[in-house]
Design a protein around this ligand. Structure first.
Ligand SMILES: Cc1ncc(COP(=O)(O)O)c(C=O)c1O
Length: 365
């Protein structure tokens, strides 16, 4: 076991510097660490889900490309479903986009503002891309002056809007001008959290050909399903489909998503409305604390910075000890002293409020 197997030299050297993205299963009473929608589906919706699963022919392959779900999404977005590509989460879409842009003999380059969603850089490195990170400004807004030189000759740029983990909503006009100024760079506008910033989407069915709209069902109550998608120019959609494994979305997943997005669309909307109110409550809880800066929250998460910065990690540990899970992001450059806290149900928010209320006394002791 101690000797490295001889084939180890064949492994992709980029993997040496990468970690496995792994989150242990959590059963804590207050789970506010994973940017999910906190609300479970109603009993009526779950009964329809059970019926939908019952009708799945487990002995048959699913549709190769999820036609029925793409038709639902195509209608929602006002585009021909052939421009929609489904992924096993938008994580798979990220991988497909990068794969489709690989060119032998040419080292491709991805540009990402930092900090942002970790899988852009991770997948890019796996596939041999150079990664140019452009730090966000102190207010977590996009830095146009720094983005422009970085984008010269870049292959692809991922812009999460709203962004994770900062919850900031970057300037629309700046993004639109970057897309126009760099027509041979693909810009992926990742609106994973778009439902939490109503009316701000940059999606347009007839937008520039180098603009890709990426979205996911994970943040609107369907994280378990693993369905992400993009709307792309037909030429790019075709390229992605050539890279995509057939049958990448299971028949059970498709059946559940189709049922909930059609028969229970109103319930989904109601979850979102309640979640937006929960976000106000979360921000209010955090703002009530001393020595905490709460940044404007546009996603289903709030980012806050504690003073002194060394307070963040022990606080996250102490909250976890009381069954309240939050994400400690304080080791990410630019996020010193920061915790990222996702929405919770009323009981979870109460548990957070109570746990935080006990904290200062502990700190002083
Ligand atoms: C900005 C952003 N994009 C994409 C994803 C991935 O979503 P999915 O669950 O669809 O893979 C996440 C997940 O947290 C995210 O924060």
């Amino acid at each position: 076991m101690t000797n490295a197997p001889p084939w180890r030299v064949r492994l992709n050297p980029a993997l040496e510097g990468l970690d496995v993205y792994d989150v242990p299963p959590a059963t804590a009473p207050a789970r506010m660490h994973a940017n999910e929608s906190p609300e479970p589906w109603s009993a009526a919706a779950m009964r329809d889900v059970a019926a939908a699963i019952e009708s799945v022919e487990l002995n048959r392959y699913p549709d190769t490309s999820g036609r029925a779900l793409r038709a639902i999404l195509g209608e929602r977005h006002g585009v021909d479903p052939s421009r929609i590509v489904l992924g096993n989460g938008s994580d798979e879409i990220i991988f497909l986009l990068l794969t489709a842009l690989l060119q032998p003999g040419h080292r491709p380059r991805v540009v990402i503002p930092t900090p942002t969603f970790v899988m852009y850089a991770h997948s890019a490195r796996v596939l041999g891309f150079d990664v140019t990170g452009v730090p966000l400004r102190d207010d977590f807004e996009l830095d146009g002056d720094a983005m422009r030189p970085a984008l010269e000759d870049a292959t692809i740029c991922f812009l999460a809007r709203p962004n994770n983990p900062t919850s900031s909503l970057w300037d629309a006009a700046l993004i639109q001008s970057l897309i126009a100024e760099f027509p041979d760079t693909i810009f992926v506008i990742d609106e994973a959290y778009g439902a939490y910033a109503p009316g701000t989407s940059l999606y347009a069915p007839d937008g520039p050909s180098n603009q890709v709209h990426m979205a996911t069902l994970s943040k609107v109550g369907l994280a378990a399903l693993r369905i992400g998608y993009c709307v792309a120019h037909p030429t790019l959609a075709l390229a992605l489909n050539k890279c995509r494994h057939p049958y990448n979305i299971s028949a059970t997943t498709l059946a559940i998503a189709q049922t909930l997005l059609t028969s229970h669309a109103r319930e989904l909307e109601a979850h979102l409305e309640r979640n937006l109110r929960r976000r106000d409550q979360l921000v209010e809880i955090l703002r009530a604390l001393d020595d905490v800066e709460v940044f404007p929250a546009h996603g289903n998460l709030a980012l806050c910075r504690f003073t002194p910065p060394a307070r963040a990690t022990p606080l996250a540990r102490s909250l976890a000890g009381r069954g309240v899970l939050v994400k400690d992001v304080s080791d990410i450059p630019g996020l010193e002293g920061c915790l990222r806290i996702s929405l919770g149900l009323e009981g979870e928010l109460r548990a957070l409020r109570e746990a935080l209320a006990d904290e200062p006394a502990r700190d002083r002791s």
